[in-house]
Each structure stands twice: as structure tokens, then as C-alpha cells.
Design a protein around this ligand. Sequence first.
Ligand SMILES: Cc1cc2nc3c(=O)[nH]c(=O)nc-3n(C[C@H](O)[C@H](O)[C@H](O)COP(=O)(O)OP(=O)(O)OC[C@H]3O[C@@H](n4cnc5c(N)ncnc54)[C@H](O)[C@@H]3O)c2cc1C
Length: 318
Amino acid sequence: MAEVLVVVEHSGGEVKKVTLEMLTLARELGTPAAVVLGGPGAAAPLVDRLSEYGAVKVYAGESEDLQGFLVAPKAAVLADLVRSAQPTAVLLGSTQEGKEIAGRLAVKLDNGLLTDVSALDANGTATQTVFAGSTIVKSQVTRGLPLVTVRPNSLTPAAAPATAEVSPLEVAVGDSAKLARVVERKVEPKGARPELTEASVVVSGGRGVGSEDNFKLVEELADLLGGAVGASRAAVDSGFYPHQFQVGQTGKTVSPQLYIALGISGAIQHRAGMQTSKTIVAVNKDAEAPIFELADYGIVGDLFKVVPQAAEEIRKRK
Ligand SMILES: Cc1cc2nc3c(=O)[nH]c(=O)nc-3n(C[C@H](O)[C@H](O)[C@H](O)COP(=O)(O)OP(=O)(O)OC[C@H]3O[C@@H](n4cnc5c(N)ncnc54)[C@H](O)[C@@H]3O)c2cc1C
């Protein structure tokens, strides 16, 4: 079977969840081959994890050029690899960097591109969910191979252990790909909470939480459950919580095992970012709130009474 190239999203020596989703998808389409692009030594810490999810080959593109500049060198190396390996499809994460690399790659290869894809079948038909989840679009790349970016949290990653052979890539990058140099990197200080898009539990607060100070209640419940904190746009716009935690159409897409919505009405734009969560629990004092149409478990009540009781019960059971 022909190779399906999966461009690895990684940071700090760890494989990002979207990569595991792409490997799971790639196994349905052909032989998964992971492509690591990074600085010297970038691939070694990732190989075991990539193998665990079915990568039979790891192309290791390692060079100062791949970490010292913005995405252009990565697109150049990938274009060379696609020309030589002739894969059946190329998958990248629908992240800021993944989409930028994909766009440049499409231009270099004179190839079509589909972004924000949630599924891809063996015929190259991609599924995209648009207009806040209300419309499903099926489309195909008509020029070249299926080159797609996969929307994080579109599918559940499943392990399928393989033994990956590591194949070093030659990194020959011309000066035209080195026009934007990275001069400094600052790692954002990370708290003890898991990353929002990777967490298996997300507790989100909406306008009903009422204030920045009250968000401590949301944080407390999240911490008790080992989860991440999210927020609706109304909560973010009101200044209750920082923008990077917004869930929804114009925020992050999450798909945890458990999503708890506190004081969130359930507008279509919010649902677009959380409706594929496995179990949804909603606390809202309005029994008519649309979030209850989606929730597996609904509590009609005041979150300021319900959450402390839930927290107390969880503490007891711990
Ligand atoms: C183009 C566009 C993009 C958008 N993108 C996003 C997005 O990415 N994410 C997003 O979230 N929204 C987005 N929105 C906004 C969206 O339409 C809603 O306005 C928003 O989701 C509402 O947030 P909310 O549910 O917190 O607030 P509201 O709709 O005001 O709901 C607050 C809820 O809290 C309940 N409540 C109040 N007090 C309590 C209490 N004490 N206990 C329990 N319940 C209580 C109320 O009954 C109510 O249901 C977008 C809108 C547009 C037009």
C-alpha cells in the first residue's frame, strides 16, 4: 500500500494529539508514514509514540534551518519528499502552522488543498463541517493528491502498535525559504492544568458565571477533575477569562470524554466547538436553555449552588 504522509505536530519532545488522530485516519487510507520536521535530534523522542499509533516509517527532517526560520523551509522539505515518495495522501494538522505549511505546499506542488477536514475516505472524499456545524460538505481535491489539514479533535485516536523505521531526510533549503528568521522563542508559562484541546475533561463557564472572580469556581471544579478550563465567547468578551480559552466556532474545538457547561446557553457557535464531546453535562438555571437539547445530563439550577455541592461530593469520593 502506498504511504500516507502525516506531518507531525510536536512540541517539547511530545507528539500532539492531532498527530495521533491523523495516524489513526492514515491507517484507513494506506501505510502511515510520519514526517518529523524540527531541529537536530527532534525525531528521536517522538518515534515510540508515533510507532504506538501505527507509523511504519518516520521521516526525520532535522536541521537548524527547520527551527531557525518560519514555515517556508518546512514546506520546501515536504515538497521534495512528496515528489520523491509519491504518497497517496498528505495530512497536516489544521493548526496555524499546519495550515500555513499546507498552503505553501499546495502552491509548490500545484496541488489542490482542503482545510479543516474532519474525515477523509479511501477515495479521497473529505468531510468538512461548516456554518457552526449546521452543514456538512463533501469534497475532493481535483488537482494532484489529497492534501488536507485535519481539524483537531475530529476523531478518537486509537493505538495500533507498529515498528517504525527511521529514515533521515535530506534538508536542502534555498535562501528564498529563509527570509523570516525566528529570533526568540518564549514558552508561555503553563499551569498544572492540561491543554484545553488535549484534555479529557473540560469545564467551561459562560456569561452565567457572572465575573472574573467567580471563574475560580469553574477552575476549582476543573482541578478536582484533572481537567482544563474553557469559556464561552460571552464570558471572554465580558473579560471573565482570557481569549485563548474560548470554545466554539471562533475559539478552540474540544472533544473531551466529559464536557461540563456552567451558565452557558448553548448557542450554535458555542456548540460548534464542543458538540462532539463524549458526555456533556450542563448546569443552567433556565430549563429552556438550548444547551439541554445537547446535554447527556442536565441540571436545572443555580450554578453557585450546584457547583459547590458537586465539588464537595467529588472531594468526599476522592
Ligand atoms: C460569528 C460568531 C462567532 C461566534 N463564536 C463563538 C464562539 O466561538 N464561542 C462561543 O461561545 N460563542 C460564540 N459566539 C457567540 C454566541 O452566539 C453566543 O452569544 C455565546 O455563545 C453566548 O455565551 P453564553 O452562553 O455564555 O451567554 P448567554 O447566551 O448569555 O447565556 C448565559 C446562560 O447562563 C445562564 N445562567 C445565568 N446565571 C446562571 C446561574 N447563576 N446558574 C446557572 N445558569 C445561569 C442563563 O440562563 C443563560 O442560559 C459567536 C457569535 C458569532 C455571531
